[in-house]
Design a protein around this ligand. Structure first.
Ligand SMILES: [Zn+2]
Length: 61
C-alpha cells in the first residue's frame, strides 16, 4: 500500500492502481488523483517476486 506524499491529497493506492516507471530520476509513480510524483524502490524477494517500497523524497543521484 502506498500513500500519496502530497499531504493535501493523502490518497492510498495499491500497486495495481498505479503505474511505476522511471522518468530519469529513479522509479516513481504519479498519484492518479493529484499527479504528485511518489518515488519507490524496487526489491526482489527470495521467490523472484518484484516488490516496491515507497521512499521519502527522491533517490540520491
Ligand atoms: Zn495524490
Amino acid at each position: 500500500m502506498f500513500t500519496c506524499r502530497n499531504q493535501s491529497c493523502d490518497a492510498k493506492w495499491e500497486l495495481a492502481d498505479v503505474l511505476i516507471k522511471n522518468e530519469g530520476q529513479g522509479l516513481l509513480f504519479r498519484c492518479p488523483m493529484c499527479g504528485a510524483r511518489n518515488y519507490v524502490e524496487r526489491f526482489d524477494d527470495e521467490e523472484g517476486n518484484v516488490l516496491y517500497e515507497q521512499i521519502d523524497g527522491r533517490p540520491f543521484q
